[in-house]
Design a protein around this ligand. Structure first.
Ligand SMILES: C[S@@+](CC[C@H](N)C(=O)[O-])C[C@H]1O[C@@H](n2cnc3c(N)ncnc32)[C@H](O)[C@@H]1O
Length: 386
């Protein structure tokens, strides 16, 4: 496909997304109907679409409309490119710009130019202060790719060398001793020997830094209360913790046994209903459901789906989780509450509310990572009994 044809394809996918189809489904639907498109074409179209969703409001403003064509037009302008070079009407490229489309509007609100939903702007300002604009701008860019080195199998230099055998070039990340930032060929990771044989896992560097902050000791009994697919459970097991994974949804934990086997670690899983029988953990971690605002570079559709009602439900779920955690601690045990959000209402405010309701607990450490640190935005608070 020509570059212009790829833009035309992205316009089609964006129209489907803008009419309510989830973005992954819109991409898959397009690929099914266009089997001639090769993997490089599909990857390029995906990149256009995700770039556009990250910059949806600024692209709509710069493109002078709200449909897929206007968005792609505005995206290219926002990237400093001349859309006329791709909107040529030749072959499968989008039609030539009309008179209205050639007039460039540069008037934007602050929220539009930062691609932040209007209603969330005050929450970002309140949460991030002087860093707000820089953090929101970082969420308009592609995220770096990181792998976590499985220290149960090898050290960071060995992992880098094994990845390099498959053409995946990396450099150590400052965020965590286990983290390698992928510089070349991120799409080759999943088929690389390093990944298939459990030397590395894909995991954001801030997520790894969160685990590093937990000071896991071999043999420590840990409950991963919101284990999901097990990213953090695997990281803790690799450090020798005796990990029990729990999640409200058993289905979400279905890949944990396979991932654990690949990593040569063992993780027990417990169903939600059976959790009451357990207790006496040295550490209970809740990587709680959240807005995902710290990872909107990776999942940009999340920011446009969130609304005040959904955020209120997330807040309620977070409080329920925080309130449930103390029951599983042993005497002297620690609680760790994490989110991949940068919003204070999901982080410090929730922890403060928990502490207000549990005067027998104290905050021991608290840290807010933002994309300005290099990885995703992540919050971690640790609490223990007084
Ligand atoms: C942010 S994800 C966890 C990601 C995971 N820790 C990882 O590193 O891959 C949050 C998880 O919390 C789960 N969850 C939501 N409400 C819950 C609850 N009340 N109790 C336990 N888990 C819950 C969700 O099913 C989801 O898998």
């Amino acid at each position: 496909m020509t570059p212009g044809a790829r833009v035309a394809a992205a316009i089609e996918v964006l129209d489907s997304y803008l009419s309510g189809t989830p973005v992954e489904q819109a991409l898959t639907g397009w690929a099914r109907g266009h089997r001639f498109a090769g993997s490089k074409d599909r990857a390029a179209i995906r990149d256009h679409v995700f770039d556009a969703v990250r910059r949806l409001s600024s692209s709509q403003a710069l493109g002078g409309g709200t449909d897929g064509r206007a968005v792609m037009l505005g995206l290219l302008r926002g990237q400093g490119l001349d859309p006329a070079e791709l909107f040529t009407g030749e072959g499968h490229a989008p039609a030539v710009l009309n008179d209205v489309e050639t007039v460039i509007s540069t008037e934007m609100t602050r929220a539009q130019s930062l691609d932040c939903p209007d209603w969330l702007m005050p929450a970002f300002d309140e949460s991030l202060g002087k860093d707000t604009d820089a953090v929101l701008d970082s969420l308009r860019h592609r995220a770096p790719v990181f792998v976590r080195v499985n220290l149960a199998r090898c050290d960071r230099d060995d992992a880098a060398a094994i990845l390099a055998e498959d053409g995946v070039e990396t450099k150590p990340s400052k965020l965590a001793v286990t983290a390698l930032e992928v510089l070349i060929n991120p799409r080759k990771i999943k088929n690389s020997r390093a990944f298939l044989e459990g030397f590395v896992e894909l995991q954001d560097a801030a997520s790894q830094a969160v685990i590093e902050s937990l000071s896991i000791q071999p043999g420590m009994r840990v409950l991963d209360y919101c284990a999901g697919g097990g990213g953090k459970a695997l990281a803790m097991a690799a450090q020798g913790a005796d990990v029990t994974a729990h999640d409200l949804s058993w289905e979400r934990m279905k890949d944990i046994p396979l991932r654990a086997e690949r990593a040569c670690v063992s993780i027990k899983r417990v169903r939600h209903g059976n959790l009451k029988e357990l207790g006496g953990f040295d550490l209970v971690l809740a990587d709680a459901p959240c807005s995902g605002s710290g990872s909107w570079r990776r999942a940009p559709h999340g920011k446009w789906l969130l609304n005040a009602e959904k955020l209120a439900k997330i807040h309620a779920a977070q409080m329920d989780i925080l309130s449930a955690m103390p029951a599983f601690l042993n005497a002297g045990g620690r609680m760790a509450y994490a989110t991949c959000s940068v919003l204070r209402s999901e982080n410090r405010d929730q922890v403060q509310r928990f502490l207000d309701n549990h005067p027998d607990f104290q905050l021991t450490t608290e840290h807010q990572f933002t994309p300005l640190d290099g990885g995703d935005g992540f919050y971690l608070a640790q609490m223990s009994g007084k």
